[in-house]
Design a protein around this ligand. Sequence first.
Ligand code: GDP
Length: 430
Amino acid sequence: MIPDETIFAIASGAGRAAIAVMRMSGPLTRAALVALCGGDPPAPRLARLRRLRDQSGTELDQALVLWLPGPGSYTGEDSAELHLHGGRAVTDGAAMALVALGLRPAEPGEFTRRAFLNGRMDLVEAEAVHDLIAAETEAQRRQALRQLDGALGRIYQGWSDQLRFMLAQQEALIDFPDEDLPPDVDAALAATLATLRHEIASHLNDARRGEKLRDGLVFALTGPPNVGKSSLLNALADRDVAIVSALPGTTRDAIETRVVLGGVPVTLVDTAGLRDTDDAIEAEGVRRARARAQEADVVIELSDTGAFTAPASATRVLVANKSDLGGPAPAAAIRVSAVRGDGLDQLRDHLAGIARALTDSSGPPPLTRARHRAALVEAAARLDAAADAGLAELRGEDLRMALRALGRITGHVGVEDILDTLFRQFCIGK
Ligand code: GDP
């Protein structure tokens, strides 16, 4: 399983830059460094300036060279970094020299894949690396770092350890006659099983906070035509996303824009004016808007008459727009003027508070991926079956299936099929 090819890739961003980091990993790394630098590699983990030459002796660059011998490297293999000048000719020259030395360009995620295969990180941590690179907001970064730190993996590992222990007890119950065992093994097993079921259930019952923070929330703006939904969307997004018009029914389709509220990425959806209409296109817009509003995490209902269709709640915000024109507004509504900007800060704060509450990660690390959720749901179902199993042998089988489901999360059992899917999402050089 452990690859023997030596790979390389530019790990820094594409395009012209002051510095480009060329990374390599695999058994040929040391020889490649010696060939490029014309001498022994620098002492491990110390940056040294070296003149790099290709095989014909042509100078390629003056670069910082880092020699990172395994197994203490990111991938666990012999690795190195070249901090080259970022020009295209330099990086291409270095890449050609490495190919001539027998290295090959890395595939997306291949460095992290090797780190996993060499036991340097579990799958949950590898996913955290991906999330950290993709993190757009501070809260997402915090969540990814926490996962990278292994907090989430440790929870799953702890459950696996407990299950393994229960399985051992279970085998003992099957293999040994009653008199050889302490009398309470059976009861202890049932108690541990119940506790574990409870812990997994409460972990699953997290209102999808972690997944929501990773994927972002959806806030839908609803209300009749012409109350100012497009105007409010533009005001909140600080740019002209929606077309504002004095004609009712202009926003024919749902218009979306991404903003950051309370450190959480939020997609604001402007729904078409929700009214009954004979216009086929507009009717379709209304249908989509209703569907979007239904699946939204938060509904922001706008009114310019003071009348609303439902009371405010933790996930329903009432906004009385056009405060500049006066007019009535119930106490539960936030008064704003989308065109003049009055009340917008208060509205933004309120929405940010809701976004934070829906993704709050101050407690134990939340689930962050549907993949984990699916495996945990399966593990929980297997534990339920184990608790109900009449025969000891059947209970053992259920426990083993539960263990396998948990193992798939961290990558310790039956992972081949998910590896490709996971590492393909990565960028090259990671
Ligand atoms: P939508 O159909 O709900 O998306 O409404 P629009 O955003 O297109 O706005 C409809 C009309 O109301 C436009 O002429 C806007 O300029 C106007 N409008 C929106 N917000 C306000 C506001 O706060 N005060 C006033 N006076 N007019 C507004």
